[in-house]
Design a protein around this ligand. Structure first.
Ligand code: NAD
Ligand code: CBU
Length: 348
């Protein structure tokens, strides 16, 4: 059986997911594409030799008869409308992060999905499928370092495009950490403080770059995070968990050690596409397989909502300088998920 997928947004990640569905993964065919840049949608369809209709807009694509499932890879601010329309059409939808750019928007999605009565939404939090993060989680869960006490993390991009706004360092970038740390620690956030260090002269003047984010979880773990989206030197994702009896760190991506010209060095990656290439493959194969079985395995709309509640609080904390409480709503029984185990199975 083949899952016939319609893709909304054929930019960086839309094109990359089309490549993997067409050339790497099994069980899916891209049968429809759309982008506000219609020429680009056509060009991507040609590049991958797709037998696909090019639609004028996302809503028509969602309603199209030949589309079994929808992939939303357009800009964050457009996600809510397309996910709601997919739910209204009763179609499974894979939505890249963020699920919506505000918690209110995510809540509307959660309510629509619950009213529909079946989980249809998976959010593109691919780090849960990354081998390094999996090993980190398994080690923490094994109890070998005792209870986690402190988590240090950094999310560093070489640079960001001109359209990148001040809020995006939280809503588009740190949102990965806001999701993956809840999952890693099996915990929720209760407060956040955001501190602005000296601004890098190499960042846009409209940005607060870098930023420091201090969070506390319900179990009392303290998280100390750095967001630096114009760090210039590489794409660098760091995570270290300090426990009662030991420390565990996210493994560095594989890299050859070189001795040359009186230097001992390891190359760093510069692009998120390469850093998480395997995680994206496993994530989407899992989505295709589960969808064909009529199931939903991955990070849910509830996870998208939870990350957005924390993101809203981060923005308020950034602007006020205060410690802001995070009132995470209780997870409804509809969303009690088995994702943790199923992601582990997908990886094996
Ligand atoms: N999971 C990840 O690691 C990851 C990585 C990259 C991007 N993303 C997310 O994917 C989304 C897209 O990011 P990107 O880097 O590919 O951006 P991009 O700008 O390269 O591509 C987005 C595309 O969407 C199109 N688009 C915008 N509004 C549209 C609409 N209403 N209808 C149809 N097309 C529309 C744009 O024309 C553009 O081609 C963002 O939400 C981003 O956060 C996630
Ligand atoms: O900051 C970027 C992240 O490092 C990537 O993983 C993508 O999510 C991208 O959309 C973000 O802008």
């Amino acid at each position: 059986m083949t899952l016939r997928v319609g893709v909304i947004g054929t930019g960086a990640i839309g094109r990359d997911h089309i490549r993997r569905m067409t050339q790497v993964l099994k069980g899916a065919a891209v049968v429809a594409v759309t982008d506000v840049n219609a020429a680009q949608a056509q060009q991507v369809a040609n590049e991958f030799n797709l037998q696909a209709a090019v639609y004028d807009n996302g809503l028509d694509l969602i309603r199209a008869q030949e589309v079994d499932a929808v992939m939303v890879t357009s800009w964050g601010a457009t996600h809510e409308e397309f996910v709601l329309a997919s739910i209204a059409a009763g179609k499974p939808v894979f939505c890249e992060k963020p699920l919506a750019v505000t918690a209110e928007g995510c809540k509307r999605i959660v309510e629509a999905e619950a009213a529909f009565g079946k989980m249809l939404v998976q959010v593109g939090y691919m780090r849960r499928y990354d081998r390094g993060y999996r090993v980190l989680k398994e080690t923490i869960d094994s109890g070998v370092i005792g209870h986690p006490l402190i988590l240090h993390c950094a999310h560093r991009n070489v640079s960001v495009p001109d359209f990148y706004t001040r809020d995006m360092s939280v809503v588009d970038t740190f949102i990965h950490e806001l999701d993956v740390h809840r999952w890693l620690l099996d915990d929720d956030y209760v407060s956040v403080q955001v501190v602005r260090p000296r601004r890098s002269s190499l960042s846009g003047e409209h940005l607060n770059d870098p930023l420091l984010v201090y969070m506390e979880t319900a179990k009392g773990v303290r998280i100390n995070g750095e967001i630096f989206v114009n760090c210039k030197y590489g794409y660098d994702i760091q995570c270290q968990v300090v426990g009662e009896t030991g420390i565990v760190s996210l493994p560095e991506p594989m890299s050859v050690t070189m001795r040359s010209e009186a230097k001992l060095s390891n190359a760093l990656l510069t692009d998120w596409k390469d850093r998480f290439i395997e995680a994206y493959d496993i994530e989407l194969q899992d989505w295709i397989d589960a969808t064909l079985r009529g199931e939903m395995n991955g990070p849910s709309a509830w996870d998208g909502y939870s990350a957005a509640v924390a993101a809203d609080a981060c923005l308020a904390a950034r602007d006020s300088g205060d410690i802001v409480r995070i009132d995470m709503p209780e997870r409804p029984s509809f969303y009690r998920s088995k994702h943790s185990e199923s992601a582990a199975e997908a990886i094996r």
